[in-house]
Design a binder for this molecule. Sequence first.
Ligand code: AHR
Length: 512
Amino acid sequence: MKRLLIGVCLALALPALAQRDATIRIYPDQGTQQISKHLYGQFAEHLGTCIYGGLWVGPDSDIPNTDGYRKDVVEALKRLQIPNLRWPGGCFADEYHWMDGIGPRAERPKMVNTNWGGTIEDNSFGTHEFLNLCEIIGTEPYISANVGSGSVEEMAKWVEYVNSEGDSPMARLRRQNGRDKAWNVKFWGVGNESWGCGGSMRPEYYSDLYRRYATYCRNYDGKRLFKIASGASDYDYNWTEVLMQQVGGRMNGLSLHYYTVTGWSGSKGSATQFTPEDYYWTMGKCLEIETVIQKHCAIMDKYDPRKRIGLMLDEWGTWWDEEPGTINGHLYQQNTMRDAFVASLTFDVFHKYTDRLKMANIAQLANVLQAMILTNGDKMILTPTYYVFEMYKVHQDATFLPLDLICDKVKVRDDREVPMVSATASRDAQGTIHLSLSNVDLEKKQTVTIDLQHVSIKNVTGTILTSPSINDHNTFEAPDKVKPAAFKDAKIEKGVLKVTLPAQSIVTLAVK
Ligand code: AHR
């Protein structure tokens, strides 16, 4: 903490105070954009125990399951109201041959998952298992297809297999495998990280490949596909520039990947053992996503001023060292209150760019990176990040309400300035205003005065996620250490909303 410098206004008075003050002015009449529910998308890759063990245990398992899907996990996923689920990768996508994952499970060929620890993949979770899961949890599938090592024909046939209602060869094969009705998958990714694990391509070459693969992905029975080109990593603005130039309107969406990683060489840092300074530094890195989004958007605006092409942030989240004692290459990490803040602050940024940002997928659903769910045998725990998704789901498809926020900032490592409060507001179809507030400060509570202008406030209810230490997390021994509770510290004073946020807390309010 010694190296933290208090920034901006109030600087002289602050160190002695046990609390800070912030003000928010919401503009209830200026909401023009809808927060796409697809910003709350998830990602499940054949990586470690995300699929096998996390979602799927097979019908013969002793772990309680329905047709092979874990009952506990399915119930937890239903609660989240996940709008879309991306599968099967990630890097795995560009080595995956979908035909190996259909037909009788015992006859499916095996492969080596070369990207992720050399694990043997038995293909028991394939197209039917994935798309049926999406139906069960009520989410839209997003299939990421193989461009790196797969053929145009293979991808074209996959689209036909899952989408053709007619008497086409692939529809017949699907019926032979027990599924009559087409699933009608709209979202298709044409490769993944084609600049890296997806084929180490240059953007010019990938642009041509995209055009070729996308040509043969047909719309069946009048249902239009939404085709997503493999996009840039973080700060690679040239990739976006070339794709916009060379592919343009042939794509419906262009992806982008941004991970909150605070160290690349050797160690990325422990998920649970970190200092307050590490925490603030992480918040700074997480918030840098805003500049990255702005810069990619500016390039897209140049070529597509009418914003027809969506920016799809289809991988984001924290990336720490793997938990000691877990399998190398399986990316299993714990999830603390720090990760919860990365989620809340990231959503607060996402909501501001809804005119261009149409989808986002956190990496990943279970047991990998910034997971919602961790499993161990028949045990399951929900992470602090899960609870942020649950608290924020009220913003899905709601109207974004602009706001001004004035708060203190801290400077960390003489470099990044981190605001001590983050906020976002929206109005849902019933007229309720939902306001999410994060008090990033680890020590000081925060009094927030919120001006909703002409809105007459009758009733406020809320939920809070907080814990005594920022390092706190749920374990299989203490599964409920971090969990949400009812929030009572919101008061209406002369038409103005006054909220007292405890240190390191995330709150969502419903204002009627
Ligand atoms: O999410 C883990 C990996 O990160 C994905 O497979 C890849 O696309 C990215 O590099």
